[in-house]
Design a protein around this ligand. Sequence first.
Ligand code: PRT
Ligand code: MG
Length: 211
Amino acid sequence: MVTIALSKGRILEESIPLLERAGIVPSEDPAKTRRLILATNVPDVRLIVIRAADVPTYVRHGAADLGIAGKDVLLEDDGEGLYELADLGIARCRLMVAEPQGMAQGDDPRTWTRLRIATKYVRVTQRHFALKGIQTDIIHLYGSMELAPLVGLADRIVDLVSSGKTLAANGLVAVEPILDVSAWLVANRAAMKTRYRALRPVIAALTEAQS
Ligand code: PRT
Ligand code: MG
């Protein structure tokens, strides 16, 4: 059996067509069912549907052989026990620094020395600014980062942006890009050695189906 870990939301929306192009069709609509393990038309391939940030954990421990996870999630994870096999080119977005419109007028990222930032992406944010010699006070949130500057919890945020509509709706503007993000196919390291024969055709089909 080959188990592929996917996450709900955007990754799922774009993974299902990719899986279908790879010849793997879930037995029921993963967006509608409450079931967390889904059989597919391929007898020895099944899907599990979990939280995005949990995909590296399932794959690292071998509870899933393969997984599809955003580069943002992979960089926040320590990467232990995982191989990043291929950029699937789906669920594209950018990790950006954003701040209130009023602050952005007259703000120059080249003059930053110390920043108070709310984000879910603590590791990536720390690393990004440490490399530039900018100090950071990071407030770790699990979601709805856009709210933080509006109520004085932080001056700026680091969050994913795709259309930019969420920032605009909250009076924020992106002022600095940190990372281009897309979803990657990852594999359990041990399984790549011990079960390569079973995994190889699935990996080949998925990487060929990438957009
Ligand atoms: O639901 P859960 O809390 O488990 O996690 P999640 O909400 O982060 O999951 P999900 O399914 O929404 O996103 C999973 C993955 O999708 C991320 O890890 C990214 O790799 C990828 N992805 C691509 C995005 C976006 N685009 C994106 N725009 N994830 C989140 N967003 C959010 C962003 O955080 C912001 O709140 O969408 C909002 C901005 O969108 P725009 O279009 O208004 O700019
Ligand atoms: Mg979500």
